[in-house]
Design a protein around this ligand. Structure first.
Ligand SMILES: *Cc1c(COP(=O)(O)O)cnc(C)c1O
Length: 393
């Protein structure tokens, strides 16, 4: 398998595929996971050692150690998925039936379910304006005497302002669960995303930046959080395990996490710069030389007109699919869920807008060679013009 897509035979002004053009990337693949000899060698070593068949292989001890070192936490609990990691983290934080947990009205669907799974009640808070993360300033008014914790997710290449979130949450007496499933390698004020909360979670799912097909982890520096998880998950055996084989494929990826992070960051910066010139689409702020360095599982884009013109997003998706560009839509959000399942705080306008107006470019496109990324940028600008109906797009 090639490490990245081959050079596109792309003419700058050729018509879009939806207009009868050749279809720029159709038939090509954006390879993920990338072909990586190191992963093969790591599996070979595991096979030779016989540890692939053990319950508690040294490779998992090594993985825990590497996660702690690279994320700057005291402990890591390995488990079978990011979704289970969120539930285990809530149990680790001691969330009990009848209590409330805040989360954004636009988030990964499993996070809502994880709150329900521990018997607690989700409370929906709006997003910060123009962002995909919850609004820290909305936290105080959302709290009731039953509220115990807040789940904060870093989504689509944007980072939640963790220092401010911790400050507000602490003032309200809330525990913080930081969902870093989409951003391993990102830093906020020099500190790893995923290490700020009382607990943080990672996913090793098949589409994620660190992938073992399946898998997840809870990060925490609080011994009692990890101890509660151990008691819950230990049923004579670990009920939600990560295997030695999964550990072996993850270790070489951790080695390359920062190198790939920089490559994706450069590609995202180029595309964001390019799309600034495009009509009808809004891009996230470019990472400045300051504190935060986002990681891109998906590069998120907004269509500001999408709520008024519901045909816009399908047009983008249709045009991108015809080109072979890996572009999808965002989460559906929870703003329309009924009062039986959750408590809603305010009209959740930003969450509704995110659910209607988000487009996501997959990270595999960001690992392509620079000339491919450049051509992709030009193509996306062309799609933007076509989607709003600009003549000559
Ligand atoms: C993918 C994801 C998860 C869940 O991870 P799985 O390993 O797929 O269960 C949780 N939160 C966010 C924000 C995610 O993107």
């Amino acid at each position: 398998m090639p490490d990245s897509v081959s050079k596109p035979d792309f003419q700058a002004d050729s018509p879009l595929a939806v207009e009868g053009g050749p279809g720029w990337f159709t038939g090509r693949k954006w390879p993920w996971p990338p072909a990586d000899e190191e992963i093969g060698r790591s599996l070979q070593r595991l096979w030779h050692s016989g540890d692939w068949g053990r319950y508690t292989p040294p490779v998992l001890e090594q993985l825990r150690g590497e996660l702690c070192r690279r994320f700057g936490v005291e402990g890591a609990w390995l488990c079978s998925s990011g979704t289970v990691a969120v539930e285990l983290a809530l149990r680790g934080l001691g969330i009990k039936p009848g209590q409330e947990v805040l989360l954004a009205g636009y988030d990964f669907p499993g996070n809502f379910r994880a709150i329900e799974a521990v018997g607690a009640r989700p409370v929906l808070v709006d997003l910060a304006p123009g962002a995909w993360h919850l609004d820290p300033e909305a936290i105080p008014a959302a709290c009731s005497p039953q509220t115990r914790a807040v789940i904060v997710s870093h989504l689509h290449g944007m980072l939640a302002p963790m220092p401010r979130i911790l400050e507000v949450a602490r003032a309200c007496g809330l525990l913080v669960l930081e969902d870093a499933c989409q951003c391993p390698g990102a830093t906020i004020a020099g500190r790893a995303a995923g290490s700020w909360g009382d607990a943080g979670v990672l996913s090793f799912g098949g589409s994620k930046l660190l992938t073992a097909g399946r898998g997840g982890a809870v990060l925490s520096s609080q011994a009692e959080v990890l101890q509660r998880i151990k008691v819950f998950a230990g049923r004579g055996n670990d009920a939600f395990p990560l295997s030695a084989l999964q550990g072996a494929v993850l270790l070489p990826q951790l080695e390359k996490m920062h190198q790939r992070h920089r490559k994706r960051l450069a590609a995202a910066a180029h595309l964001v710069e390019k799309l600034r010139q495009a009509p009808g689409v809004q891009v996230p702020p470019l990472p400045g030389p300051d504190a935060a360095s986002p990681a891109f599982y998906k590069l998120g884009l907004w269509l500001p007109e999408a709520q008024a013109r519901p045909e816009l997003r399908p047009r983008w998706l249709q045009a991108a699919a015809a080109e072979g560009i890996p572009l999808g839509e965002g989460f559906r959000g929870f703003a329309t869920r009924g009062a039986r399942r959750c408590r809603r705080v305010g009209p959740l306008e930003q969450a509704r807008r995110a659910a209607a107006a988000t487009l996501l470019l997959d990270h595999a496109a960001l690992l392509a060679p620079p000339e491919v990324v450049e051509a992709l940028g030009r193509r996306l600008v062309q799609i933007a013009r076509w989607a709003i109906g600009e003549p000559g797009a």
